[in-house]
Design a binder for this molecule. Structure first.
Ligand SMILES: Cc1cc2nc3c(=O)[nH]c(=O)nc-3n(C[C@H](O)[C@H](O)[C@H](O)COP(=O)(O)OP(=O)(O)OC[C@H]3O[C@@H](n4cnc5c(N)ncnc54)[C@H](O)[C@@H]3O)c2cc1C
Length: 430
């Protein structure tokens, strides 16, 4: 028998929002001020602040400092229902959504499910490499690096030890650059204090980028500055270099060379998940859902897509918008306003992206920022980056905790989170 999720309907129009990330939560905040019944579905019961995943991976922040419970975010809001469940399929003819907790009816449906790591069909890399698309991924990386150092210290020869000390980051976008920079700082300032009998000269951080430069989406000047900063931190940058294969121990590059490493972190691309029920022509580049300027999915009447999963190809933006937090937030806010206009038979407003700029931080006092009409670097860019990110984190408590952690790390350079905590698996011994 078909299972129906237990969410009682009321007389209001029901908007079902799938995904409680930047886009979905902003939309829900807007809709709750209006006359809708709002159902939010997410496979996790918390919101994740992705730009700081790398600091959790580097033991600089606690996972809970960048995560926020979705039920708490919308506590005591009338007409709001949260359900933890995974969406698999949509049935546009019946206005029904298939989820792991049963089917859910909607009047309006919004996909805000973001994207996942794209391994470009390389199954070995997918299986063996670490990715950085969730808090769980970040904890996995933290554990992996600490575990490798515990193994390295017990190796009898330098040769045997080297594969634990080589860390490979693939992808020279902001996520890869930030990760490589903080790994280099971990090596320089922090790990030697814990592992004083290891020779840190042998710890190598590699950054592989298939394109001829890193931070390709930023201005030339910023890309060059970030390259200089990383080199200063002794990161080995290899441009025009792609990874062909990885078996968990050896990285094979397209130029035929090999490198031994127990840790390969893949930040080289993203793609959306394909949900069943949409016709083939709905999907654009990297499986993103093609939408018009009102975020309506092509060929549908009442299904919308916002944030990273959506691809709004217009005359002004033939390749769509960048997959960044500001686009997701602004699309969520506008759709909230437009849904209200639609139920009141008013014309919706088309989306226009207000670009506030792009930033990437490489390390302590080292960052680059492409702001409208202004390119910044060094301490000023790093300070602006820190303030913007601190203000964007959800929850006053999280803001305070992150500020304290950052201040302590800045002053003493010795974060206390280098903990190797693994979830207990039933049946295994502690
Ligand atoms: C490591 C990293 C660093 C980044 N740094 C920056 C930065 O510095 N600045 C910047 O602007 N952008 C940055 N980004 C990009 C930014 O995080 C994204 O653009 C933004 O998160 C997109 O928001 P979204 O709401 O579309 O998706 P997300 O924020 O990804 O939210 C999607 C939500 O959908 C849920 N979900 C997914 N699939 C399902 C399903 N089948 N069923 C139910 N729920 C589902 C997920 O659990 C998640 O809560 C970074 C991204 C990463 C990964």
């Amino acid at each position: 028998m078909k299972r129906i999720a237990n969410i009682p309907r009321n007389q209001k129009k029901r908007v079902v929002v799938v995904g409680g990330g930047f886009a979905g939560t902003r939309l829900v905040k807007k809709l709750l001020k209006d006359n809708f019944q709002v159902v939010l579905i997410d496979k996790n019961n918390y919101y994740q602040f992705q730009p700081l995943f790398y600091q959790v991976a580097m033991a600089g922040l606690e996972p809970s400092a960048i995560s926020f419970p979705l039920r708490r975010m919308f506590q005591n809001k009338k007409g709001f229902h949260f359900r933890m469940g995974e969406v698999t399929k949509v049935n546009p003819e019946k206005n029904e959504l298939e989820t792991s907790i049963g089917s859910i009816e909607y009047d309006y449906l919004v996909f805000a499910t973001g994207v996942k790591t794209n391994f470009f069909g390389n199954k070995n890399v997918e299986e063996k490499a670490a990715s950085m698309k969730s808090v769980s991924d970040a904890i996995f990386i933290r554990n992996k690096i600490l575990e490798n150092y515990e193994k390295a210290i017990n190796c009898e020869t330098e040769e045997e030890r080297q594969k634990y000390l080589n860390i490979v980051v693939v992808g020279g976008g902001p996520a890869g650059v930030e990760l490589a920079g903080s790994l280099a700082e971990l090596k320089k300032y922090i790990l030697p204090k814990d592992y004083h009998d290891l020779n840190f000269h042998n710890m190598k951080v590699y950054l592989f980028e298939a394109a001829p430069k890193i931070l390709g989406a930023m201005r030339e000047k910023s890309s060059e500055t970030a390259t200089r900063y990383l080199e200063k931190l002794n990161v080995e940058i290899r441009l025009n270099t792609a990874v062909k294969d990885y078996d968990g121990k050896k990285v094979l590059l397209t130029d035929g060379s090999e490198l031994e490493s127990e840790t390969l972190i893949w930040t080289a691309g993203v793609a959306a998940r394909r949900f069943e029920g949409f016709p083939e022509e709905t999907f654009g580049h990297a499986n993103r859902l093609l939408v018009n300027e009102y975020s309506l999915v092509n060929g549908t009447k009442n299904i919308f897509a916002i944030g990273d999963i959506s691809l709004m190809e217009t005359e002004d933006t033939p390749k769509g918008h960048p997959q960044v937090a500001q686009v997701a937030i602004q699309q969520g806010a506008l759709l909230g306003k437009n849904l209200k206009r639609m139920v009141n038979n008013q014309k919706p407003e088309p989306f226009k992206y207000f670009d506030k700029g792009v930033m990437a931080t490489v390390g302590r006092n080292l960052a680059v920022a492409d702001l409208p009409g202004l390119t910044l670097k060094g301490f000023v860019a790093w300070f602006i980056w820190s303030v913007v990110h601190l203000l964007s984190i959800s929850g006053a408590k999280n803001k305070i905790f992150v500020f304290i952690d950052w201040a302590m790390n800045y002053l003493v350079y010795d974060p206390s989170l280098r903990l190797l905590i693994r979830p207990k698996i039933k049946g295994h011994q502690d």
